[in-house]
Every structure is written in C-alpha cells, then in structure tokens.
Design a protein around this ligand. Structure first.
Ligand SMILES: Nc1nc2c(ncn2[C@@H]2O[C@H](COP(=O)(O)OP(=O)(O)OP(=O)(O)O)[C@@H](O)[C@H]2O)c(=O)[nH]1
Ligand SMILES: [Mg+2]
Length: 185
C-alpha cells in the first residue's frame, strides 16, 4: 500500500469513527412513577412519539465541539410493559437507572433494573439518577448511601429534579463523556 493510500485509509477510519460516535442510544429504566418521562421531557426539546408502551425522544448535545444525536428510549416501569421495554435495551450504549429519593423501594429496585439490563446487553455505560431531589421533606434515600452504591458499581450518579432541572444536564453530559472515552479505548 502506498503512503497516499495509507493516509486515505486512516482518514476513512477517523471519519467512520466520528460518524459512529454521532448516534448514541440511551435507555431509561426504573420503577413506575419515579419520574423517567419527566426527566426526559426536561432534557429534550423535540416532540414525542409513543410506541408500544415505550416512548422515543431525540435530542442533540454538543460535547467538546462534537454534535451528538441522542436517541432516548423511555421505558414504562409498570409490570405489564416489561417485555416491551426489554426489546429496547438491545444495542443501547448508555442506560440511566432512575429511582425517586422519596421512595426507598424504588432505590432497592435499582439492583433489579441493573440485572434486567445486563441480562440483555453488555458494554454499557450506566448512570443512576436519584430523582425528585426537590422533595427534600419526603426524602427516604440519603445521598451518601446512593453515592456509595454507585461508586461500588461504577455508575455515574447525580440527584436530579425534573421539576427544577437540577442535575439533569450534568448527568447526561457526564455519562455521555464517559461513554465516548470508553469507546475511544
Ligand atoms: N416534585 C417532583 N415531581 C416529579 C419529579 N419527576 C416527576 N415528578 C412527578 O412524578 C409523577 C410521575 O412522573 P413520570 O415522569 O410520569 O414517571 P415515570 O417514571 O415515567 O413513570 P412510568 O411511565 O409509569 O414508568 C408525575 O406526577 C410527575 O409530575 C421531580 O423531579 N419532582
Ligand atoms: Mg413514563
């Protein structure tokens, strides 16, 4: 192969890598009522299309000058939708597990949601959101405990509020940055 060919090849590979990085599939899981849909609505600006018990939204985010298209799949936490939700875990790049800080049970269920996910896909970047952080007086899960849990499991963790917007941008940005770093390795 001549030098020029090699150069073209490297350029092609770089271009391909860039194109691959442009689309990121994110799935959002967690118990019913923890605020998954509300979180996504706060984060996205596009219109919603509901499909078979799961909802899809897309959004754009710019990280370090790179425009990324996010395909966000909002699963329903209710029992009767579980088999449908499982269909959208496949090929996910990033997953965000959501609990509500006002529900101890929803936090305890995080382990279940993680197992659900890992049974169906690997090589995922996982984040955890302790949502409804604005409801301080109803808190049932301490931040320290959730932080410790996420550290053990290598999750990106933020407490979020779909009402005030607290933590949402940080959570998405950090988890996507982590995904991009892992993809480069
Ligand atoms: N105060 C407060 N309320 C919230 C927050 N997030 C969601 N809610 C409320 O909690 C309720 C449930 O929110 P959803 O976003 O529908 O919950 P979900 O996780 O999508 O529920 P499923 O679709 O049934 O799985 C709604 O009444 C929301 O307005 C939050 O951060 N703070
Ligand atoms: Mg919902």
């Amino acid at each position: 192969m001549c030098c020029e060919d090699k150069k073209t090849n490297i350029k092609d590979q770089q271009l391909q890598l860039k194109q691959e990085q442009k689309n990121i599939k994110i799935v959002i899981l967690g118990d019913s009522g923890v605020g998954k849909t509300s979180l996504i609505k706060k984060f996205c600006f596009d219109t919603e299309q509901t499909t078979l018990g799961v909802a899809y939204q897309n959004a754009q985010i710019i990280i370090k000058g790179q425009v990324l298209k996010l395909h966000i799949w909002d699963t329903a936490g209710g029992e009767r939708y579980r088999s449908l939700a499982q269909l959208c875990y496949r090929d996910a790049n990033v997953a965000i597990l959501v609990y509500s800080i006002t529900s101890r049970k929803s936090f305890e269920q995080i382990y279940y949601w993680e197992q659900e996910l890992l049974e169906r896909c690997s090589n995922l970047c996982i984040g955890m959101a302790g949502n409804k952080s604005d409801l301080i007086e109803e808190r049932q899960v301490f931040k320290d405990e959730a932080q410790k849990y996420s550290k053990q499991r290598d999750f990106v963790f933020y407490e979020t509020s779909a009402k005030t917007g607290e933590g949402i941008q940080m959570l998405f940005t950090e988890i996507i940055e982590k995904y991009l770093r892992q993809k480069q390795q």
